[in-house]
Design a protein around this ligand. Structure first.
Ligand SMILES: Cc1cc2nc3c(=O)[nH]c(=O)nc-3n(C[C@H](O)[C@H](O)[C@H](O)COP(=O)(O)O)c2cc1C
Ligand SMILES: O=C(O)C(=O)c1ccccc1
Length: 402
């Protein structure tokens, strides 16, 4: 990737544009993006992104968890703008944030994943492609050009290992470097907003979330063998069966990870870890990273904040594998807090989807630039000169609820 400009060039651009009477494309108030997206999107698709499990306690606790920590700044610390580069799996990343895997992005904007993958490339942010993407592995790679990209697997059951192997080999061929395996979604959570709207993005006349399946040579062949017709001749059945393939209704086991290790040469990251015991299992089974995540509270209700479990997990396994974090990150200070508590990379979820809904590619760029500007400013004004754990760690935080 090309060298990144400091996020502060955006701030300057905005004030310069102001001299010409121009205003920013979207507000900089990160807490307003959700409401603006609600005003713009159809009820169904807004309900889908906003939706969480049950009475939303897990989602609420994700956000509350950040308020339990406050940043305490140091003064007269010499230093230029902080160095935001971070290293994971032996590679250098320009910024310690990435685009969280989000499926079916065409329900939010006609350009969907293509817009997000282009924006991520332009802003030097890693793009993680979902298996529930509305755009194929190869088309997203093309849009992302020489950007940094990872692939997130929704994991078919063992009888479909041939399909899993096909997805992995396509991702590898298309330049996705890290495999993220999501463990918390063998069924989709109980989400009242989608139930009330009687809306499941997979069950639509336009089959929007099944692009990876319908474009997969192994899935296509197997479908033909089973039904005696092509995917195109019976798209409805092909889409339904693909959905059952990637959301099989039962979980894999730890032993199954071996299959992925045999079919993927790069780093493997397990997404959805919430306990020290599972984090230790991840070490034991030889994966390279975990995402401490509860899927933005979309999967099970009555959970605690994802940030609440981060420190204990970081203490237990932080020296043995890479820790990535998501769930509830909404502003620059949240990024700083999660890094200080032991994560090396933070996934941005709903905020960029709101940007996509509001202004497509430009909207995603705005959200990324805005979060990075806010984050950089927070570090710089707190006397922190880099995101390395030697600088950015728990000593900059105090509990606010002690
Ligand atoms: C609309 C939507 C779709 C999502 N789709 C996926 C997906 O396909 N794969 C996955 O691993 N996570 C998926 N997630 C979860 C995100 O990757 C991430 O864990 C979550 O958004 C973090 O919570 P936050 O957005 O509240 O910060 C999805 C989240 C949303 C909001
Ligand atoms: O909505 C989600 O959280 C998710 O992971 C998903 C499930 C089905 C289709 C697309 C995304």
């Amino acid at each position: 990737m090309a060298a990144n400009p400091t996020p502060f060039t955006y701030e300057n651009e905005v004030y310069q544009a102001g001299l010409r009477g121009e205003t920013p494309p979207i507000t900089f108030n990160c807490l307003d993006w959700e409401k603006l997206a609600e005003d713009r999107l159809p009820k169904n698709s807004y309900g889908y992104v906003w939706g969480s499990a049950g009475v939303r306690d897990t989602d609420t606790n994700n956000k509350k968890a950040f308020k339990k920590w406050g940043i305490v700044p140091s003064r007269l610390v010499a230093g230029d703008f902080p160095d935001l580069k971070t290293s994971l799996f032996g590679e250098t990343y320009e910024y310690p944030i990435a685009i969280a895997p989000v499926g079916v992005q065409r329900i939010f904007h006609q350009d969907g994943e293509i817009a997000t993958a282009k924006a991520a490339h332009k802003e030097h942010v890693t793009y993680i492609l979902s298996t529930a993407s509305a755009t194929s592995i190869e088309d997203v790679a093309k849009a992302n050009e020489n950007g940094s990209r990872w692939y997130q697997l929704y994991w078919p059951q063992n009888e479909n290992n041939e399909i899993t192997a096909s997805l992995l080999s396509r991702a590898k061929a298309a330049g996705y470097k890290v495999l993220v395996v999501t463990l918390d979604t063998h069924i989709v959570g109980w989400r009242p907003s989608d139930l009330d709207n009687a809306y499941n993005p997979f069950i639509r006349p336009d089959n929007i979330g099944v692009a990876l399946g319908l474009s997969d040579p192994v899935y296509r062949r197997k479908f033909h063998e089973k039904h005696g017709k092509t995917v195109e001749e019976d798209v409805e059945t092909a889409a339904t069966e693909w959905t059952q393939t990637v959301f099989p209704g039962k979980s894999h086991s730890w032993e199954d990870i071996k299959f992925l290790q045999e079919h993927w040469e790069g780093p493997i990251v397990l997404k959805g870890i919430q306990t020290v015991a599972d984090a230790k299992k991840a070490v034991e089974y030889g994966v390279q990273g975990i995402v401490v995540s509860n899927h933005g509270g979309r999967q099970h209700d009555g959970g605690i904040g994802s940030l609440d479990v981060l420190p204990e997990i970081a203490d237990a396994v932080g020296h043995e594998l890479e820790i990535i974090f998501d769930s509830g990150v909404r502003c620059g200070a949240d990024i700083a807090k999660a890094l200080a508590l032991g994560a090396k990379m933070i996934l941005i979820g709903r905020p960029y989807v709101y940007g996509l809904a509001l202004k497509g590619e430009q909207g995603v760029q705005h959200v990324l630039k805005s979060l990075l500007g806010d984050f950089t400013s927070t570090l710089h004004l707190s006397g922190i000169s880099s995101v390395s754990p030697a600088q950015l760690n728990r000593t900059i935080l105090r509990r606010t609820d002690a």
